[in-house]
Write a protein that binds this ligand. Structure first.
Ligand code: NAD
Length: 296
């Protein structure tokens, strides 16, 4: 299959490499020239712009920061829409607003181009290992057509409903992750302040009911004082903003998420927006005037 790939960042680069490794022809574009060069060295072809990618590929994957970037990659001058033709497809694997996904799908129907929203979970390590979890919205027959392609990058690919459902699922994921990191941070700050070694607390509870993938990934980062992204604070703010906007639009109420949003916002004010979202710990440390550190 001729696969186009736009957005070769922390996630897109290793995902694109996995598509190549599976034997597909790959045509790539990003604003970042060094990322393009790295993919060309691995066997991909570079295109001048999105239009060039869409002309050459049967299906184009996008992995971009947020809705405006995806909109611009598709519909701006020299974007994908100018090179697309009947029967081709866009699979947007970015985490964006589900409302925007539905708008893009409706607009692309005019071009007779299929659209799936297929955001991912699993972070950079999952993208490198090809074990990310993909949650997909769109027409079931389109999902079936591209299932094998998605599996070249993933450990699981799950159909969750009509277009937009992929991003609703991803927002639910991001709400759980933000609040889980916040609670781990609060609890480890509390234990430290009480004079109990937070590393021992983590070791003692990780196998019990409080244990989680989030705790296993993020508690060691807090203990090692390693806040290198990973998943940037600014991207999590973007996701929770999309969750709050969507929630208000559908007349739902998500109070814990608004609390997590304000914590992330405070972290951003302190200058940590480019750090990993495990830096949420710093909010609780500042409140309590203490650092989560092991005595071991
Ligand atoms: P990133 O900022 O590292 O990469 C984005 C890339 O898109 C950059 O290389 C940028 O140059 C490129 N780009 C932006 N606009 C473009 C355009 N119009 N045309 C071409 N290229 C363009 O971001 P990331 O961490 O790879 O995240 C991408 C998406 O995946 C986001 O929606 C994020 O929320 C989601 N996500 C990230 C992680 C993670 O751990 N980093 C995990 C799961 C999901």
């Amino acid at each position: 299959m001729k696969v186009g790939f736009i957005g070769l960042g922390i996630m897109g680069k290793p995902m694109a490499k996995n598509v190549l490794k599976a034997g597909h022809e790959l045509i790539v574009f990003d604003f970042n020239k060094s990322s393009i060069e790295e993919l060309v060295a691995a066997g991909a072809t570079a295109a001048e712009n999105g239009k060039g990618v869409a002309e050459q590929a049967d299906v184009v994957i996008t992995m971009l920061p947020n809705s405006p970037h995806v909109k611009s990659a598709i519909f701006a001058e020299n974007g994908l829409a100018e090179g697309l033709s009947t029967g081709k497809a866009i699979i947007d694997m970015s985490s964006i607003s589900p409302v925007a996904s539905r708008e893009f799908a409706a607009e692309l129907e005019k071009y007779k181009v299929d659209f799936l929203d297929a955001p991912v979970s699993g972070g950079e390590p999952g993208a490198i290992a090809g074990t990310i979890a993909v949650m997909v919205g769109g027409k079931k027959e389109v999902f079936d057509k591209y299932y094998d392609l998605l599996m070249t990058m993933a450990g699981s690919v799950t159909y969750v409903g009509e277009v937009g459902a992929g991003n609703i699922t991803k927002l639910a994921n991001q709400m759980i992750v933000a609040l889980n990191i916040a609670t781990v941070s609060e609890a480890l700050t509390f234990a430290t302040k009480a004079g109990v070694d937070p590393e021992l607390v983590f070791e003692a509870i990780k196998g019990g009911l409080a244990g989680s993938n989030v705790m296993n990934a993020k508690a060691p980062m807090m203990l090692d004082r390693n806040f290198k992204a990973g998943f940037r604070v600014e991207l999590h703010i973007k996701d929770l903003q999309n969750a709050l906007d969507t929630s208000h639009e559908i007349n739902a109420s998500i109070p814990f998420t608004s609390q997590a949003m304000e914590i992330l916002q405070a972290i951003k004010i302190d200058g940590y927006e480019k750090e990993d979202h495990s830096a949420i710990a710093k909010y609780f440390e500042k409140l309590n005037n203490i650092t989560i550190q092991s005595n071991k």
